[in-house]
Ligand binder design. Structure first.
Ligand SMILES: C[S@@+](CC[C@H](N)C(=O)[O-])C[C@H]1O[C@@H](n2cnc3c(N)ncnc32)[C@H](O)[C@@H]1O
Length: 574
């Protein structure tokens, strides 16, 4: 199924005609989930389409079972009849189903905001008392599932959750308080402790840590609530290393805290120590960038969109619907992922194409170890991970059919040089999948970065937390822009967005020049279906949508088109 605006229209028309083609309808639904933020920014199509989907799920309840994410998305926005909306139990089940829960979480936020829980959190944020707080919130399956699934990308709700964490830090316990504490601890693990912490909070955490230490020293069981409360603020393996043996054997509610605070980090340390190395790491920028990602591997993702392996040509047809299908693509193909980070993109890509070999490299051993562990969790053991500086790969003997490098070249000392090195590793008629920051799209981000530089802010967790608060009063315009971005809600992502050690930005004309030099041809850019439709209207004489000059004109006229990155496929001419 090719996701496009045309498909949405086809869906609406088919629906009106009473045609019920599940494959088409569910393909669109999935696309809606995947592109939710872009679609809502782009206009009202999401709601229209979700309304149709809601009707579909109402008419065919058996579909709900197999397509939990789509159902929750559709019915959160558009219940077919009043009272037929999604329930907290539906949401909890959907989060347990496969798929990227972070996308789903954005829909669930709507549900929470409109619920009693949303009202309770608003009251807490305003400093008001909320009666029956703990039992009410601990009984909300949707909230508990959301807190475990993805960073909460909503500034107002975050204020309520921060107030709740403050109350729980001082709570004397029952099972309900413990259940909430554990869910909040999982949330704080996902967002890397980005919630604001006061001096008084720190003192409470220190006092609880003393209490736990004293219990361990005298061979008593530490109180589970105190352990969970500390885990809302600190990584236990680092802040209280002596708790490890006890915690790893603790059962019940603390088991998941033990997994993410102790068991997985230990496993990652083992994998990092065993990681093969292909090149030395260059001095200067590569060393600087490596240091950032060793300290703070990025992104810390949990769930992925795992696909069915298909020939490369089918993936290209899905990605670039306007392009006449290239006929001579290898199947299976060999794949290099350069700058794989913690592996999300590499794992998703490798799961979607038939490959004969996959090599994924990065500077950061800790990121690679995270990627390796996650690949194993998804059963993708054939991906070979290795440490390498891509700037040093020119002497590497192996060649690849496909090279993917998303969000990496602009973090090297010289983007052109880095691209040239990778180009040298491409087989004749090979494909490159590149993601690069747009100068035009990141205009406001660059302004934020300048401000950070002028103020001489470092990139420590504490500074990043304080920055989120001060930017609201210092520069409300930038704050409003930032709170609408996903990275604002997790420490390593916000660091990557505005506190990066090295970043360059580019435009399409410059990229066009590099393609000429490297003898590469543009196959197409990833764009939102609505953008595709608008481009087609503006440039009807470019049906394959590959003219870089046109796309540049389009971006100048629509500066928000590539706020995240340019992502495109190119192919070697020889
Ligand atoms: C922003 S992260 C992107 C990670 C991944 N591609 C993704 O989309 O999630 C950039 C990654 O590029 C890696 N990187 C930067 N310069 C590199 C170099 N010279 N050689 C290899 N990896 C590099 C960093 O270590 C980091 O993990």
């Amino acid at each position: 199924m090719t996701p496009s605006l045309d498909a949405l229209v086809a869906f609406a028309e088919a629906y009106d005609r009473g045609v019920r083609d599940r494959t088409v309808l569910l393909g669109i639904a999935r696309h809606l989930i995947e592109t939710h933020s872009v679609l809502t920014a782009a206009g009202g199509e999401t709601r229209t389409a979700l309304h149709f989907l809601s009707e579909l799920f109402h008419a065919q309840p058996e579909l709900r079972q197999a397509h939990r994410h789509e159902q929750v998305a559709a019915m959160t926005f558009s219940p077919h009849v009043p009272g037929d909306g999604v329930t907290a139990a539906d949401i909890a089940e959907a989060f347990a189903a496969p798929g990227r829960t972070r996308d789903l979480a954005r829909y669930v936020l709507e549900f929470i905001r409109a619920s009693d829980t949303g009202a309770t959190l608003d009251r807490l944020a305003a400093g008001a008392a909320a009666p029956d707080l703990v039992p009410c919130l601990a009984g909300d399956a949707a909230l508990l599932a959301l807190l475990r699934a993805a960073p909460v990308e909503d500034w107002e709700l975050e204020q309520g959750l921060t107030a709740l964490r403050r109350i729980l830090l001082r709570a004397t316990g029952n099972d309900e308080a413990l259940r909430l504490c554990v869910a909040l601890a999982m949330q704080c693990h996902l967002n890397e402790f980005i919630f604001e912490e006061t001096e008084e909070d720190r003192q409470h955490v220190a006092a609880l840590s003393e209490q736990v230490r004293a219990a361990l020293q005298s061979c008593r069981e530490p109180p589970a609530l105190a352990v969970a409360a500390i885990a809302m603020h600190r990584r236990l393996g680092e802040a209280l290393p002596e708790i490890e043996p006890w915690l790893t054997s603790a059962g019940g509610e603390l088991r998941e805290i033990a997994r993410v605070h102790v068991v997985e980090p230990r496993e990652e340390a083992r994998l990092a120590a065993a990681m093969p190395s292909l090149t030395p790491i260059g001095d200067g920028v590569s060393a600087l960038v490596r240091a950032q990602y060793e300290r703070h591997p990025f992104p810390r993702w949990t769930t992925a969109r795992i696909g069915n392996r298909q020939p490369l040509a089918a993936l290209i047809a899905d990605n670039l619907p306007a392009l006449p299908m290239p006929q001579d693509l290898p199947d299976p193909c060999s794949l290099l992922v350069a700058g794989c980070g913690t592996g999300l993109h590499a794992i998703e890509l490798a799961s979607h194409i038939r490959t004969s070999r996959v090599l994924a490299i990065d500077l950061s051993l800790r990121s690679l170890a995270y990627a390796r562990r996650k690949a194993r969790d998804f059963g993708l053991n054939e991906i070979a991970f290795a440490q390498a500086d891509l700037m040093e790969l020119s002497g590497f003997a192996e060649r690849f059919d496909v090279i993917s490098s998303i969000g990496t070249l602009h973090h090297t000392r010289n983007m052109r040089e880095a691209w040239r090195v990778l180009r040298g590793l491409l087989r004749p008629r090979g494909l490159m999948h590149i993601g690069l920051y747009s100068r035009i799209g990141r205009d406001r981000i660059a302004e934020t970065q300048r401000l950070i530089k002028e103020e001489g802010l470092d990139s420590s967790d504490e500074t990043i937390r304080a920055f989120r608060r001060t930017i609201a009063t210092r520069r409300p315009d930038l704050f409003r822009m930032l709170i609408g971005t996903a990275p604002f809600y997790s420490t390593s992502e916000l660091r990557d967005l505005v506190f990066h050690a090295q970043e360059s930005r580019h435009d399409l004309l410059e990229i066009g020049g590099i393609l000429e030099q490297l003898d590469l041809e543009m196959l197409g850019l990833h764009v939102h279906p609505e953008v595709r439709a608008r481009y087609r209207e503006a440039f009807p004489d470019d049906p394959a949508m590959t003219s870089i000059a046109n796309w540049h004109r389009f971006e100048v006229a629509n500066p928000g088109t590539f706020t995240n990155m340019y992502q495109f496929w190119v192919r070697s001419r020889r």
